[in-house]
Design a protein around this ligand. Sequence first.
Ligand SMILES: Cc1cc2nc3c(=O)[nH]c(=O)nc-3n(C[C@H](O)[C@H](O)[C@H](O)COP(=O)(O)OP(=O)(O)OC[C@H]3O[C@@H](n4cnc5c(N)ncnc54)[C@H](O)[C@@H]3O)c2cc1C
Length: 363
Amino acid sequence: MLRTKVLVIGGGPAGSAAARFLAREGVETILVERNLSFFKPCGGGIPSTVFDELGIPKKAIRKEIKKVKITSPKGVILEIGLKGGSIAMVKRGEFDSILRDEAKNHGAQIIEAEFRHLEEAGRQIIAQVNINGKEERIRTDYLVAADGVNSRVRFALGLKPVASLYTISERIGDIDTDSCEFWFGASHAPRFYSWVFPEAESVSVGTGSFEAGALRGLLQRFYERRKLDTKHATRMYRIPLWKGEVYNKDNLLFVGDAAGHVMPLTYEGIYHAMKAGEFAARAITAGRPSDYKKLWKQRFYSRFLIMKKLCDYFLKDDNSVEKLVAIYRRHEIQDVTMRLWLEKSSGKGNLISFMNFFRRILG
Ligand SMILES: Cc1cc2nc3c(=O)[nH]c(=O)nc-3n(C[C@H](O)[C@H](O)[C@H](O)COP(=O)(O)OP(=O)(O)OC[C@H]3O[C@@H](n4cnc5c(N)ncnc54)[C@H](O)[C@@H]3O)c2cc1C
């Protein structure tokens, strides 16, 4: 049996951020990732302004986009230039591997292995993992569940799966766009949006829905609207809906997609996964796992709540989306939203202006 202080399950952004923080603090850490070559279907867009805060090496940036283009259901187009930062596009797979290397360089042990089950989950935790076809057990004081939206750790503990909606996407090499495009319309993205995101070497195109069975038809309709040819292999993946109900169960802490930490409305998950990993690691280092929930709530609760309210209010049907796009024609709301998005660590000023603005509008 292997023995460690902290076992991190999953080597995506959340798990790597947790492992790096712990290892840097001198805490014995093993991270298990079931597939070190995994390439998650993900737009890979991250505000350029958070790389220093998160300690992400800038070599991970493959492209920078300075414009967001929003198209309403009726075809009203808004182009918003980003001031003071950009959307840095990373290539998942490569990005995840860079983050795991960071954790390894600080002393975390990275093992390609699949978490299978929990033999014990009390004061003492024993996890069963499969390494190269061989069953192995790992005894640990703390476990960080960073195993994504299909979290097997949640399953092992009998917790409900992460609430989610479904996405379908593909990579296209031959379209040209210099913006991150968000397309709204119930005919191709009910209560969500379809997207065209320039990636490192290609463009990610996709859409989302609460019904997995509807995805292919919706994507087809989006292609027709965006005038694209469908000729590529598609990938489906779930994206969490934030409920805010799972943080830790004693010494087991849930981070990133495994905890549903994706911002409602924008569905931005990488930054929040890495911050959750850091907060969980801080709480473990302090020997107070319940601090994790406090740290997360202090920093993110109000932001997630307002975005969830806006999402429920404005994405419910096409008329409501039209209202939202009309609101976004106003430069002051564009500015405050972009500041809120780009300047994540800068106190509550932007958040308060954003909330006041929408309070006035919503009455
Ligand atoms: C189509 C799509 C587009 C997106 N675009 C963006 C975007 O542009 N910007 C953004 O910020 N967010 C985006 N997101 C959200 C973002 O991808 C996630 O929020 C983010 O990856 C969460 O990180 P994580 O580490 O929690 O989980 P993941 O990145 O899912 O990592 C989980 C890791 O755990 C491993 N794992 C799973 N099970 C086991 C097991 N049993 N044993 C061992 N390892 C296991 C997996 O192999 C994986 O490496 C997008 C999501 C989707 C679906």
